[in-house]
Design a protein around this ligand. Sequence first.
Ligand code: BGC
Length: 768
Amino acid sequence: MKNIAITLAGVLFLLGSCSNPQENNNTSAIDQKVDSLLAIMTLEEKIGQLNLPSAGDVSTGISTNEGIAKQIKAGKVGGLFNINGLDKIRQVQKVAVEESRLGIPLIIAKDVIHGYKTTFPIPIGLSASWDMDLIQQSARIAAEEASADGIAWTFSPMTDISRDPRWGRVSEGSGEDPYLGGQIAAAMVRGYQGDDLSAENTLLACVKHFALYGASEAGRDYNTVDMGRLRMYNDYFPPYKAAVDAGVGTVMASFNEVDGVPATGNKWLMTDVLRKEWGFDGFVVSDYTGVSEMIAHGMGDLQVVSALALNAGVEMDMVSEGFLTTLKKSVDEGKVSEETIDNACRLILKAKYQLGLFDDPYKYMDEERAAKEIFSDENRAVARKIASESMVLLKNESKALPIKKEAKIALIGPLANNKENMVGTWSVSADIMKSVSIYDGIREVSANPDNIQYAKGSNLVEDADLEERISMFGKNTYRDDRPESEMIKEAVQVAKKSDIIVAILGEASESSGESSSLTDISIPDNQVRLLKALKATGKKVVVVLLSGRPLVLGEILPHSDAILNAWFPGSEAGLALADVLYGDVNPSGKLTMTYPQNVGQVPIYYSHKNTGRPLEGEWFQKFKTNYLDVSNEPQFPFGFGLSYSQFEYGEMKLSSADLNEDDKLKVTIPVKNASDFDGKEVVQLYMRDKVGTTTRPMKELKAFQKVLIEAGETKNIKFEITTEDLKFYTYDNLSDQNIIHTWETGEFEIMVGTNSSNLQSKTVNWSK
Ligand code: BGC
């Protein structure tokens, strides 16, 4: 047996050895190698490559795996995730390469979601920067750090469109808009994968969760999704497709069902849409126990659901071990063909070749680079910059912000002096105690640290059981057992001695994220009582929100002079926040999800369609589309965000009002910075297709530019629109429901402005 192993290892060495990265990327050369390898693999070994167990360092579900090393040796493991530390990773790779019959290297994965050790803002915060270069840079740094520390594959980007802030996972995505979501998905893929997957500092990316995971009913995680095809294609698919178009190497199936069949077993989704329509040529991995969860969905027993998933086009089984334990039987019984298994195995081996793992299985284990690059000063400086760019100024009355560096600040709030919660959800690699608390950050940037006085003021929520549920994964919130009145009294005393109050309110890091849905997204009552007491001192109150989702802010708006949404800013949280509060950085973030007035308005999003009875004019009107108790308006619209600058929009000019197929519409608008602060503005262009063969949204984001406009300067912002931008998915005829991507002639409204509710508009006619 030993001799065979040596011989096969020799074969593999020859198969694998191609030191030239260009050759490594040469598809046909890789295909040949994969085929030669497949030819010497047993059926069991092929099935083994489709198995992705969790090493159990971090658990997001119930893993039944034991004796990983034994399994690797037996050729039953294709990849491994949730394994931390170079030593451990090197050990398991060694077992795979030196002790399994064929010595096929493992692919080591991890959820590197918004940074590795250097942690960037949570993804919804990153998206609020509207800065594709910075977003790409964050993914690049994450890849550089993780790839030095043994990781080859990240389960990111998460591109699930969501219009329901009750869903905790909105924190992990880029908000409600398909166009913006697509731009961000592509930037993340470019950042992770770079130009060369075989480089030692790039990661294989994984777009997730395919598909429609963000549309779970009632915002309850993992819940049923039910959606018409046009909405899938027009609103929910674009970011996944953008990732595929950007060359993403892998796709993760979502937990939810899609049109009655769980995504993990949905052949239409995984094969017809993903591979045939979009041309995806990488491999698909299930989500955590996504295969075996189809038993609970009512799709059959483990053997049935495993065959269903594989036949649908899912190549790798994360954690369920359904492939490992049942596929051979299914082959024997003719329920799965060996060819299907070959094809699945081929895609996984191909990815391993593309990464260069056969050349050097230890290529991602670089102690020297890890020591130099991980959590380096340079990376942290970028994290600080990106965090400050992600913050959204929601209110700023009587110039409460920026604060003078000499001011005496009363810093109040349940997480105002907390490190653990700064990184936000899904930051499994972060050393949370290394993040900069708000207290430390503000003291460091202030003119005199002694001017910053702190009091906790309140707990996050009154309910101690709820607080326990939102302080998981070491994200301690240090619950205070004193009576509420005592905590408020202390805070008011501190406030009275200050020039200005900065109240840090909102959520805990783990109030959002996976399995963190809420029915009530307003600021907890005890925090509101604290805020009212602070406001009653007569001092100016700046509220800083920590949040992983849009919150309902009606209760706090009247009691605050300024509100800055800081999301969860990442490892440099306190410093980035101080940069914005003191005006070293002028806030430029804009919301990527609509903020509702109350939770009853959810789902709420800007790109809604018209009804047959739209409300035009004043709320309330009987027999029109509106509510009795609250207007249709959001609290804050999509695209909203203030600045310390004052931007004034001049008149929009169009190159023509009548266009033909090949024409380009040039849109120009002057934007003046009428203030003393240099500032960045996100100029947004929306369009409405006024008449269609199927109904069209009232407006859709089609382009945007984030531009620096210096104090007093006017910039002419230019956009170019072609018929490509007019395209949408519709039926070629209603009877056979064939979906086509096309544009239709007629009138289009062109809208430009500072957010989705504040736009000027002109109409053009486009003909063929
Ligand atoms: C999540 C995925 C994640 C996976 C692996 C699942 O529970 O839905 O987003 O990548 O776990 O940790």
